[in-house]
Design a protein around this ligand. Structure first.
Ligand code: CS2
Length: 478
């Protein structure tokens, strides 16, 4: 057993105060942001305990409660696993059970930061434009009823309560994989606040802070096998354990409207402009993750590590970085993008990480605009050959049709799943035309680009006739 680890998790909840409320208490935040906050408190103290909020279901709360909110974060290295216990959570609330308690926690004067990992679709925005989707059912609900359902609804109503009570706003710290994520969340919050109370929107605009961040750590969904291995190695049965790779990075715009943890003491990069870091990460990591997910899944690969161990895919992804993604990126100060790409390849190849292609393939309609479409649009505008990423988009179109290469059903998870599947026809040119008409997904610059439509049609036709692996092999060798 690892030195210092108790043989079981069963704690009395700590009474120290919480300074942070976190919306969306999934595995990623527990393996990333929460660990940094715990370390910042170890380094410099402060009342930075975290109240977690599940916006959907009680499962995480129910698993954490008997353990006094402590959990194990397991580092999956290529040569072994290292567990550590994280004791930074103070409480977990379940929004659909008690929205009032969530608002009260957010409105408490002791709360200085509300951070979020609610996934791309949790912002109720239109991926192609970044604006609030007023027709979203949760937004329609939140406009009528002051006990909200959506993340933007909770932010606006809690900020309203703070203004009415004479408290300053909290800093909104978005930790989702969106470009200029602070700007996006600020935009949806102001859009919604303006519909509810224009003076509130003005107050948030002048007093609030929405720093952008770049977050990075691969944290695949925990499986029963992971929990069994942890128990066998340590004697701890922890049903709330999270799994993650050794690598981590957090870059935050240093723009808070109140106090914050001593992030700079624990390796967080506090910068004036996060945009180049976000673009690099979203396009080089997430863009290739999604490419490997769709094409790898169609080729029969279950995980990213398995996909990248296939030389055809390894060549393909290296070419994507070298020929299509890096040439249209501005590197962040002091970063060598070719070295960053090599490190990504190593991270993908880590056999300790069983990150399923199916997991990454989820919610493509919300992810591809910032991961892939922007790169393709910029590359095409510069007259470059973007056929590798175009093939990845064709892979997505094939994937969301809901049938794999053998005609077997695919369980497609996407808020637009039905609409996407309905665009599929027997003729690839028609299918592409139908897909490109989806203005909530594709940016105008690609919808209006006939050359892109032709290249995408060709890629899709090739996928259908030859299969994903042969199509990928062709791109890798070209
Ligand atoms: C992945 C990300 O599931 C996905 O879409 O691409 O969760 C990825 O693992 C993280 O962004 C890595 O930081």
């Amino acid at each position: 057993m690892e030195a210092g680890l108790p043989d079981r998790l069963h704690r009395e909840p700590s009474s120290a105060s919480a300074g942070i409320v976190h919306l969306g208490l999934g595995a990623f935040f527990r393996a990333h942001g929460a660990v940094y906050v715990a370390e910042a408190m170890e380094a410099e103290g402060g009342d930075w305990g975290i109240i977690g909020v599940s916006l959907q279901s009680p499962g995480t709360r129910d698993r954490l409660k008997p353990q006094g909110w402590a959990y194990t974060a397991v580092e999956l290295g290529p040569d072994g696993e290292t567990p550590r216990i994280v004791e930074v959570l103070r409480d977990v609330l379940v929004a659909p059970e008690d929205a009032r308690a969530v608002l009260d926690a957010m409105a408490a004067p002791t709360t200085h930061i509300v951070s979020l990992t609610v996934t791309e679709k949790g912002y109720c925005h239109e991926p192609a434009t970044g604006r609030l989707n007023r027709d979203h059912p949760d937004i329609r609900h939140d406009l009528r009823i002051p006990l909200p359902k959506s993340a933007p609804g909770f932010l606006v109503r809690a900020l309203q309560a703070r203004r009415d009570a004479g408290h300053p706003p909290f800093t909104v710290l978005c930790c989702d994989n969106l470009p200029e994520n602070g700007r996006v969340v600020r935009g949806v919050v102001l859009d919604l606040a303006r519909l509810i109370d224009p003076a509130l929107a003005d107050w948030i605009e002048s007093e609030g802070a929405f720093p952008s961040t770049m977050v990075d750590r691969i944290a695949p969904a925990t499986t029963d096998a992971d929990l069994d291995r942890l128990e066998a190695a340590t004697g701890i049965r922890d049903d709330a354990a999270v799994m993650h790779e050794p690598f981590r990075q957090w870059v935050i715009e240093d723009d808070f409207c109140g106090p914050r943890p001593a992030f700079e003491k624990v390796g967080v990069e506090m910068v004036a402009d996060v945009t180049p870091f976000e673009h690099m990460k979203l396009r080089m990591l997430n863009g290739t993750h999604s490419s490997l997910a769709y094409l790898g899944y169609l080729a029969g690969h279950e995980t990213i590590a398995e996909t990248i161990a296939d030389p055809v895919f390894s060549n393909f992804v290296r070419r994507l970085w070298r020929d299509e993604i890096i040439p249209v990126l501005t590197p962040p100060p002091g970063v060598d993008l070719a070295g960053y790409a090599d490190a990504l390849h190593d991270r993908y190849a880590n056999p300790g990480i069983r990150h399923r292609t199916w997991q990454i393939a989820m919610d493509g309609s919300q992810k591809l605009p910032q991961r892939i479409f922007g790169t393709i649009a910029e590359g095409r505008a510069a007259g470059r050959d973007m056929s590798g990423l175009t093939l990845a988009v064709a892979g997505w179109i094939r994937y969301v049709s809901g049938r794999d290469e053998k005609g077997k059903a695919i369980e497609v998870k996407d808020p637009l799943a039905d609409k996407l599947a309905a665009q599929w026809t027997d003729d690839p040119a028609n299918t592409v035309r139908n897909m490109l008409a989806l203005s909530e997904v594709f940016p105008a610059v690609l919808r209006d680009d006939d050359g892109f439509a032709r290249a995408l049609t060709e890629a899709l036709a090739g996928l259908i006739s030859d299969g994903a692996r042969a199509s990928v092999a062709r791109r890798g060798d070209a």
